[in-house]
Ligand binder design. Sequence first.
Ligand SMILES: Cc1ncc(COP(=O)(O)O)c(C=O)c1O
Length: 191
Amino acid sequence: MRSKGLVPFFDSAYQGFASGSLDTDAKPSRMFVADRGECLVAQSYAKNMGLYGDRVGALSIVCKSADVAGRVKSQLKLVIRPMYSNPPIHGASIVAVILRDRNLFNEWTLELKAMADRITCSRDAWRLESHHKADRYMFTFTGLNPAQVSFMTKEYHINMTSDGRISMAGLSSKTVPHLADAIHIAVTKAV
Ligand SMILES: Cc1ncc(COP(=O)(O)O)c(C=O)c1O
């Protein structure tokens, strides 16, 4: 990316969920920050702090000099002012309290690891049932077509986007067999 003069922009919406560790998942963006080049990192705390409804995240832009940083900041203000002007403060205050307190931070990392492990269990169960390839994504495509998806919703009350995408976080090792059975019927009976 550097040799081609590209500007890296990280969309970090699930930090901690891939490996179970905040530090491991931050490695790619930290690698780019460490080489002292420019980069942008958009972080969301919606999933890893369970604050979806509070709209909380951060945009960090690493610049090569204070002069560039000043210009980037004034441009950002121009974008922000007509868009949302002032960000909601409630969720950000919760995140700030947790990040500033060593004990709360440690507690959060343990809880995050527990969530990541739970999703890994569901993913492993899903892999066994469905023979889908191993991946670490939060979402997975079932391969169902729109007719099969609507069959699943109508007959089994299993909801997903019409392109067949499901959220791994919405599954548990207990519900995976039910999903697999429903998919089996959908692909053999529905269009
Ligand atoms: C890859 C990715 N980026 C960004 C977002 C948006 O994050 P937020 O809800 O904090 O705006 C999401 C999920 O909603 C996402 O999946």
